[in-house]
Design a protein. Structure first.
Length: 308
């Protein structure tokens, strides 16, 4: 346990040097045309692995549910209707691999499980972390490491968050029903048992209000997917003070999500590995400054965030 703690402390410190460099990169392409989006031909091996009994939502299409609220993962283009971001790019590569046209359906985060189970869409690509609880209902094909970051206002007195005790007594913003919330609540429980001050957990549906809370001191820190928080930090108003795996204390991965036992997961995993091999995957991450979260290979249903 001591070795695991030291590993995660080291990762939190060293990863400060390997952040998405939005401030130094060109502005992201938010056009509806997405001329720079990587494309692929069919991957015959992936198509052969499709279960003949799998019923696609639409003939000839891969219908993908995705949230469109926050870059770099997903947002609307300048036409206010076309989803763009890393999730749509990954979705395009999967659809191309399976020889199907891509159809993206915007869905609220809280609604994707029901939409997927009801067959409204074939898969979900929406920064979904693999967890043991979710694996009871869904299959997963991984495509990115899950990295979480603590961000504070630029003038905050908080300089570093390296372990659970560092959040004791802080006012922490976190998203509801997310794996980062699970991690934070576990830390809080651990800290209370150790006699430390509890965390004041705060939830905001509006990003404007969220960042105002940070700037005004109503909140001390924001615990979020690092890609999202790093994208927002490009304005220089917030800064990173800690980086952790989304499956703390284990590693965790983001994955394409499909219905349990539906017979499409292995095909998608094979498709993703083909895209990793041909370089399109790297291009899809680089477009949105997510290279630091790349994985060497996609896996079907790897170990996930443990149950509570």
């Amino acid at each position: 346990m001591q070795r695991r703690h030291l590993i995660h402390t080291a990762v939190a410190a060293l990863s400060l040097l390997a952040l998405p460099s939005w401030a130094q990169s060109a502005a992201p392409d938010l056009s509806p045309e997405q001329a720079g989006r990587p494309r692929s031909g069919k991957v015959d091996e992936a198509i052969r692995l499709l279960n003949p009994q799998f019923k696609f939502a639409k003939e000839g299409a891969l219908v993908v549910g995705t949230t469109t609220g926050r870059l770099p993962f997903g947002a609307y283009a300048t036409d206010n209707k076309t989803p763009v971001g890393n999730a749509p790019d990954i979705a395009q590569l999967v659809a191309d691999s399976l020889g199907r046209r891509l159809e993206l359906v915007s869905v609220a985060w809280a609604d994707w499980p029901l939409g997927l189970q009801s067959g409204k869409f074939d898969v979900v690509i929406s920064n979904v972390t693999v967890t043991e609880e979710r694996k009871e209902k869904f299959d997963f094909s991984t495509y990115r490491n899950d990295t979480l970051g603590f961000y504070v206002a630029k003038n905050s007195k908080v300089q570093a968050i390296k372990e659970p005790k560092d959040v004791a007594g802080l006012k922490v913003i976190v998203g509801a029903s997310t794996n980062q919330e699970q991690v934070l609540l576990r830390w809080n429980e651990q800290n209370i048992k150790a006699g430390l001050k509890p965390v004041e957990v705060q939830y905001y549906d509006d990003d404007v209000v969220l960042y105002l809370a940070l700037a005004s001191g109503r909140a001390d820190t924001y615990f979020a997917p690092n890609g999202i928080a790093a994208y927002n930090a490009r304005d220089g108003k917030t800064r990173l003070v800690g980086l952790f795996s989304g499956g703390w204390p284990q590693s965790a991965e983001i994955a394409v999500t499909s219905r349990k036992g539906s017979g499409i997961a292995d095909a998608i995993t094979t498709a993703l590995n083909a895209q990793i091999g041909n370089g399109n995957y790297a291009k899809a991450l680089e477009r949105w400054s997510l290279q630091s979260e790349a994985i060497p290979a996609s896996r079907t249903n790897p170990p996930g965030l443990p149950k509570k």
